[in-house]
Design a protein around this ligand. Structure first.
Ligand code: CAO
Length: 426
């Protein structure tokens, strides 16, 4: 069986960080992703996971040791040979993405490295004292919703979680726990036939806590509408290259981005963020950076197309193609995933009528776009075939009311419909 060194991963700019806890023992069998030590800097602590499954053969550190990136933590005897292959491939992929990252969390002085979040798939901020408190009460800090900035978990969050747990659990926490337990204890799938167990792709693991956080903390409402874009489609299909006369390949999404930005200018609340409800403050953004959900073989990524208000349709279409390709090739710079106004999730090239997209926190709304259909519509006093685009806007009901969302969708409808030519400033 191969013996593998487990070393301290990339922990940002920090060096000589103290080990405050060893969470495993010699001889213990652990799974990939399981925490092995806790590191503590001045204000925060972070658990370092193992990037392999296997049996621990030698722990090389002790509590109180100071470590930096690359220092040996322990040796592990890998149980299955295939694990090594998979892990190395995955780690290489992760490194490709990691290189140019500058996390906004780090920028703001939060001392949990984004790289660590990437490797663990966890985004749990808490002080060592709070972590210890959770452990003493037998509470899993990873499923406790944090009420402080960036979702940091406080002692009060743990108390309230435990209190709800003992008396009557909060429905969302209850759901999360039930789901976890159902998967674990209900039955073994192999009892019913042949199965195959594979690793969840890394990008999905990274996205999961963000999706869960958004779904569990933002009261989502989704408003559906249908937009008649017949004239816009005729115009789009008529576009030709000025010099060659060839048809231009422009995606409908470029028009939708423009229409959305024109609507954001009229309804600035949709271009805002609430970082901490208890502060009573809302941040209005004066820039127009549109997030685009990109489907990749590794999972969903949401890069931003910057300054959409300052670019024309042709430019936006080309940039979108280029950015989507970079995501699929894992060549996108991670800073492109931050600092958006609102996101568009388009399934238009694939299919479906309506869906309920999840808001990309800390944004307050997301526009879902589905496949346009030709429909017979009563137009004037006779039925005519028209191109109808289904849209689904999910919004944060804490800050946006239903009437405002309906008006916002009307604005998008008018921008893509009757006003599209002058509103989109082509
Ligand atoms: N209705 C009908 N056809 C549409 C359309 C719509 N709303 N939107 C795009 N199309 C057409 C395009 O014009 C293109 O047609 P041609 O091949 O004839 O030119 C075709 O569908 C394929 O488009 P595309 O998907 O390659 O390009 P796009 O600009 O529409 O979208 C991107 C780019 C990156 C958004 C898309 O490729 C993608 O990844 N979509 C999936 C996003 C996703 O998974 N969202 C769900 C997340 S869960 O919230």
């Amino acid at each position: 069986m191969p013996i593998i060194d487990i070393k301290v991963p990339n922990i940002g700019d920090f060096r000589d960080v103290e080990i405050i806890e060893i969470l495993v023992k010699n001889g213990q069998e652990i799974s990939k992703g399981e925490s092995i030590i806790t590191l503590e800097s001045d204000k925060s602590s972070v658990e370092v996971p193992s990037d392999h499954s296997g049996k621990i053969s030698n722990i090389n550190v002790k509590v109180g040791d100071k470590v930096s990136e690359g220092d040996l933590i322990l040796k592990i005897e890998v149980i299955k040979k295939e694990d090594t292959k998979i892990d190395n491939k995955e780690i290489n992929n992760a490194e490709k993405i990691d290189t140019s990252i500058e996390s906004p969390l780090e920028k703001k002085g939060v001392e949990t490295s984004i790289n660590n979040i990437i490797k663990t798939g966890k985004l749990v901020l808490a002080s060592p004292k709070v972590r210890k408190f959770a452990r003493e009460l037998g509470a899993d800090i990873n499923i406790i919703p944090g009420s402080e900035k960036f979702g940091r978990v406080s002692e009060d969050d743990i108390k309230s979680f435990v209190k709800h747990g003992i008396n009557q659990k909060h429905p969302l926490e209850n759901n999360a726990e039930n789901r976890k337990q159902q998967i674990k204890i209900e039955y073994d799938h192999s009892d019913f036939g042949e199965i195959d167990i594979k690793d969840i792709p890394r990008i999905k693991k990274i996205a999961a806590p963000h999706l869960v956080n958004s779904f569990n903390t933002i009261p989502h409402v989704t408003h559906h509408d249908e937009i008649d874009i017949t004239e816009m489609e005729e115009f789009r299909n008529s576009l030709t290259d000025h010099y060659t006369g060839e048809k231009l390949k422009i995606t409908p999404l470029a028009f939708i981005m423009k229409a959305l930005v024109a609507a954001l200018k009229e309804f600035p609340t949709f271009n805002s963020s609430i970082e901490d409800m208890s502060s009573g403050k809302i941040t209005f953004k004066k820039y127009f950076h549109i997030g685009i959900a990109v489907d990749t073989p590794n999972g969903l990524m949401v890069p931003k197309i910057r300054q959409v208000d300052k670019k024309n349709i042709q430019h936006l279409s080309a940039e979108l193609r280029e950015v989507a390709q970079k995501c699929r090739d894992l060549k996108i710079d991670k800073k492109e995933f931050y600092g958006g106004s609102i996101t568009i999730s388009s399934l238009g090239g694939i299919g479906g009528s309506f869906f309920t997209p999840i808001i990309n926190y800390p944004e307050v709304a997301i526009l879902g776009v589905s496949k346009l259909n030709k429909k017979q519509i009563l137009f004037g006093n006779r039925f005519t075939e028209r191109s109808i685009l289904p849209i689904s806007l999910s919004y944060d009901h804490r800050i946006i009311d239903g009437a405002e969302a309906a008006r916002f969708c009307n604005e998008i409808r008018d921008n893509l419909g009757k006003n599209f030519a002058f509103k989109l400033a082509i």
